[in-house]
Design a protein around this ligand. Structure first.
Ligand SMILES: NC(=[NH2+])NCCC[C@H](N)C(=O)O
Length: 224
């Protein structure tokens, strides 16, 4: 059987994180395993810095990236994406009662992962906000909670889990849905030209979306 080598940045629960035994677990892992089962392939998973995922894919160190990654026009110039497997938008979060709205972030420090769509969005659309890039959203969140930065800008799905777990945090403003950055959803990236794998993954995605497998995995990792 075929082996599909997946890469991800695994400090991003519930999409991917390291469990107590240093195994990568999460929604993306379960979904990829379900797809590999359909394709009759063996999946492997490797943890890597987020901003190195696309370069490593191009260098053939891996076959696919599944990492809560937004399908964007800019990334589509470098890689091929599957159909979206998760709807996405972005949300600012800060300490409760500190920042009233997005306008109040002017001159403030906002953290996010280096190489993320969140970084690009703020750089392009909100030059009045100071971007503070991190190796992981977990470190950005810690700095925000310690008051070193004023807010974190992240995927709504992830940030919403933080808000449920931590009563001292609050959303700032509404979800950001700009299609050029977040609007088309999360996809699995494969190399340009690897339409064979792209098609296999797309067919498998159709199948798991239809037969209930996707919903089961979703309910395991995301609360309603
Ligand atoms: N596994 C991760 N650390 N993923 C971060 C993804 C952030 C954002 N959705 C992006 O595509 O840029």
């Amino acid at each position: 059987a075929q082996t599909i080598r997946f890469a991800m940045e695994a400090s991003y629960p519930p999409f991917e994180s390291m469990d107590a035994s240093n195994k990568i677990v999460g929604f993306d892992v379960d979904l990829a395993n379900a797809l590999c089962k359909e394709i009759d392939a063996t999946c492997t998973f490797t943890n890597q810095a987020f901003d190195s995922l696309i370069p490593s894919l191009k260098f053939r160190r891996f076959d696919a990236v599944i990492s809560g990654m937004d399908i964007t026009p800019e990334r589509e110039k470098q890689v091929l994406f599957t159909q979206p497997y998760y709807e996405n938008s972005a949300l600012f979060v800060g300490q409760k009662g500190k920042i009233a709205d997005i306008a109040a972030l002017k001159g403030k420090k906002v953290g996010m992962q280096n190489g993320s769509t969140h970084q690009k969005f703020i750089t392009d659309k909100h030059p009045e906000i100071t971007v503070v890039p991190y190796d992981s959203y977990m470190n950005a969140k810690l700095d925000m909670q310690n008051g070193r930065i004023d807010a974190v800008f992240g995927d709504t799905a992830v940030v919403t889990e933080w808000l449920k777990a931590e009563p001292k945090l609050a959303a700032i403003g509404d979800k950001v849905t700009d299609k050029d950055y977040f609007g088309t959803g999360l996809g699995i990236a494969v190399r340009q030209g690897n339409t064979d794998l792209q098609q296999k993954l797309n067919t498998a995605l159709d199948k798991v979306k239809k037969d209930g497998t996707y919903q089961t995995i979703y309910s395991k990792w995301f609360q309603k």
